[in-house]
Ligand binder design. Structure first.
Ligand code: GAR
Length: 192
């Protein structure tokens, strides 16, 4: 039997991508185990999901540390203790710094709700709507030290010409959940 790859998911909010990854791992859809949730907001729904699914979490408050380097060192310790091999950012609203990038070079990936390199940042869907875009989508990519930057792995797209942002957001989230599971499978099968 192939050993399951150990994954940590980082989130800051609702956690629907975290949940999709964790459920895919638990159902065997991906040969992986989500061993840790890292979250920078105590009140995030993602933390409740971790409890519900029996996944350990490391919840931290950035301003209680002197620097990014310091809280990222604490995160690396948590990851090391659980043998984490790959990190999936899923709505983690922080730029990843050197400490994590050096320890997990080429093993940190992110998902973003736009067809990158267009519409980086925290309001990608609204920004695309405001620009008059008709083809929307989501992107998975390797993470570097820039906002939503790094080599693209996969994309999923949808044509939407309506004007209901909530409906559009739900459609994009659905794309994201499938895309993230597909990307993780792809990376694991290349034996990262
Ligand atoms: C997702 O749409 C994700 O792509 C986005 O945050 C949302 C988190 O939703 N990430 C970014 O915008 C990164 N720049 P979730 O908490 O329900 O997974």
């Amino acid at each position: 039997m192939v050993a399951k790859r150990k994954i940590a998911v980082f989130a800051s909010g609702y956690g629907s991508n975290f949940e999709a990854i964790a459920r895919a791992a638990q159902s065997g859809e991906i040969p992986a185990e989500v061993v840790l949730l890292v979250c920078d907001k105590k009140s995030a729904r993602a933390c409740d999901i971790a409890n519900e699914l029996g996944i350990e979490s490391f919840i931290f408050t950035a301003k209680e540390y002197n620097s990014k380097q310091e809280y990222e060192s604490a995160i690396v310790e948590q990851c090391k203790a659980r043998g984490v091999e790959m990190i999936c950012l899923a709505g983690y609203m922080r730029i990843v710094g050197k400490v994590l990038l050096e320890r997990y070079a080429e093993r940190i990936i992110n998902i973003h709700p736009s067809l990158l390199p267009s519409f980086k940042g925290a309001h990608a869907i609204q920004d695309a709507v405001d620009y008059g875009v008709k083809i929307f989508g989501a992107t998975t990519h390797f993470v570097d030290e820039t906002l939503d930057g790094g080599r693209i792995i996969d994309q999923g797209a949808i044509v939407y010409e309506g004007n209901d942002i909530e409906e559009l957001t739900n459609l994009i989230h659905k794309i994201e959940h499938n895309l993230y599971v597909k990307t993780i499978n792809k990376l694991i099968n290349k034996k990262f």
